[in-house]
Design a protein around this ligand. Structure first.
Ligand code: ADP
Length: 197
């Protein structure tokens, strides 16, 4: 089984790529989905987050207030490191379990989408890295439109990640998503053909 790591900064278009691949029937493991699962209501992960950050990161219904937590950690490097330390191992274990399930099921290729694939060293789980990238101001515009954040808050999030030019050094392929979605889909199709997937 080949594992293709998909990564890219916030707003680069990872979800758009994984949606497209899923629609085409490819196996996708999405770290964002697993990151939500490990802090779902009733999990040990959520209890650990509340122990560190307090009940102010909970919504009245007991679920994690993701926006409140994000606001805390993106403005504070120490808090961000503490949260990463709490969650990284749990997410990594969940990813390995998913990959093992696909391997057992006989999948030929799995796309593993991880926003911080390179920052966390998770690329060691992959055979090749495909980087999704787009011009920085375009990414800011898209995230503002998607999440309703102001541009400055988005730039803070961008600044917390490894810059694109550095990520490109680790990538076997860079998928440029600065243009229209149709161009993105064509670029993915070209890569799928190149790799024989
Ligand atoms: P990521 O998962 O990397 O944060 P998304 O796939 O969610 O990025 O893309 C960010 C936002 O930009 C989403 O609202 C998405 O629909 C939109 N988007 C993605 N690619 C394009 C594109 N080529 N043109 C216009 N909008 C796009």
């Amino acid at each position: 089984m080949r594992v293709i790591g998909l990564t890219g900064g916030i707003g680069s278009g990872k979800s758009t790529v994984t949606d497209y691949l899923s629609e085409k029937g490819y196996a996708v493991v999405d770290a964002d989905v697993l990151a939500r699962a490990v802090v779902a209501t009733g999990t040990e992960g959520l209890a650990a987050v509340v122990a560190r950050f307090g009940e102010t990161v909970l919504l009245p219904d007991g679920n994690l207030d993701r926006k409140a937590l994000a606001a805390r950690v993106f403005a504070d490097e120490e808090a961000r490191a503490a949260l990463n330390a709490l969650l990284h191992g749990r997410i990594a274990r969940a990813i390995k379990e998913c990959l093992a399930q696909y391997r057992a099921a006989g999948a030929a290729v799995v796309f593993l989408s991880v926003p911080l694939l390179l920052e966390t060293g998770m690329q060691s789980e992959t055979d090749a890295v495909w980087l999704v990238d787009a011009a920085e101001e375009e990414r800011v515009r898209r995230v503002v439109a998607r999440d309703g954040l102001d541009a400055e808050a988005v730039r803070l999030r961008l600044a917390a990640q490894m810059p694109s030019f550095e990520k490109r050094r680790y990538a076997a392929e860079t998928i440029d998503n600065s243009g229209a979605p149709s161009e993105l889909y064509r670029a993915i199709d070209t890569l799928l053909e190149k790799y024989g997937f």
